[in-house]
Design a protein around this ligand. Structure first.
Ligand SMILES: [Zn+2]
Length: 304
């Protein structure tokens, strides 16, 4: 078990629920301030886990980047994306300080789950992801956590992406997964439910709590893609121009290479530029807002 770090520059609002001796699991939401279902799921998990007979302890953080949450946006009041700022710094800007506090917490954990959605800009097919880290024992534990979580897609990707919560976990050899579930600026109670069950499933798989096996789900689609940049959604299918984006495909649908993911129109409809799929596969992410900036992610196609 890792040692507790003594000094944490910024205190994240959190709850630790402790039982008998056992592992320490960290569950976080609100690394991005516009991803609301994970925050509600963590709050619900605090209520569910209070009073349960736990082996080990669970630390739950409903909102990591509080200034981003207050602004209802991905980035903090300093304009920084916390998932590009880790490990942060204790004497830095608001997001740097939150990243530093989060990184310190991750280093105290034995297992880590980070809950996300596509935020206001993207919608994401429900998935659990992890980095294809070099440490085989850590990687196998991540695969096992991802299977236990119980979402339809499991996506192992480039472990060398920096600045993220999972980069800190990788460096500390803490088995870690993240989850994505829809988004697009709406409220989706199915995402809250899926995250509550997913986290409880992982805790049960770690033999930290008694839990009747949830109903069998269909086997997940598992894709492991170690290529550099795999898993970096924001650089996929960059919009060739700015404009009004109308998607042509649904999340989860199959596309062929060259098939348009959507069309970008100018305001008066004089031009309509398709964004073709660069390869065939399953639509994992699609841009959610009307306005798309040039270079912004129009979608992600999972090569299956
Ligand atoms: Zn996020």
């Amino acid at each position: 078990m890792n040692d507790e770090r003594q000094q944490v520059g910024l205190e994240l609002a959190r709850e630790t629920i402790a039982g008998s001796d056992g592992p320490h699991v960290l569950i976080t939401a609100g690394v991005h301030g516009d991803e609301h279902e994970p925050m509600a799921a963590v709050r619900a998990l605090i209520a569910i886990l209070r009073g349960r007979n736990l082996r080990g302890r669970v630390t739950l953080v409903p909102v990591v980047n509080e200034t981003a949450y207050r602004l209802g946006q991905r980035t903090g009041d300093d304009g920084r994306d916390l998932a590009r700022t880790c490990p942060g710094r204790a004497d830095g800007t608001s997001t740097e300080r939150a990243a530093d506090a989060l990184s310190a917490l991750i280093r105290t954990a034995d297992y880590y789950i980070d809950l996300h959605t596509g935020g206001t800009r993207l919608r994401v097919f429900p998935l659990v992801g992890y980095g294809l880290v070099a440490d085989a024992a850590v990687l196998n534990q991540q695969r096992r956590m991802a299977r236990a979580f119980g979402l339809p897609v499991i996506w192992g990707t480039d472990p060398n992406l920096e600045g993220r919560s999972l980069s800190v976990a990788r460096d500390a050899r803490v088995p870690a997964i993240y989850a994505e579930y829809h988004g697009g600026g709406t409220w989706d109670s199915t995402g809250v439910e899926a995250y509550i069950h997913g986290c409880l499933n992982v805790l049960a798989d770690l033999e930290m709590l008694e839990r009747r096996r949830s109903l069998p789900i269909s086997p997940p689609l598992i894709v492991e893609d170690p290529r550099p940049g795999a898993g970096h959604m924001q650089v996929n299918h960059p919009a060739p121009v700015e404009g009004f984006f109308t998607p042509s495909v649904d999340l989860g649908s199959k596309v062929q290479a060259g098939q348009p993911l959507g069309v970008i129109s100018d305001l008066l409809g004089k031009s309509a530029q398709p964004v073709p799929a660069q390869h065939g596969g399953m639509v994992l992410v699609i841009h959610a807002r009307c306005y798309i900036a040039a270079g912004e992610c129009a979608g992600v196609v999972l090569e299956t």
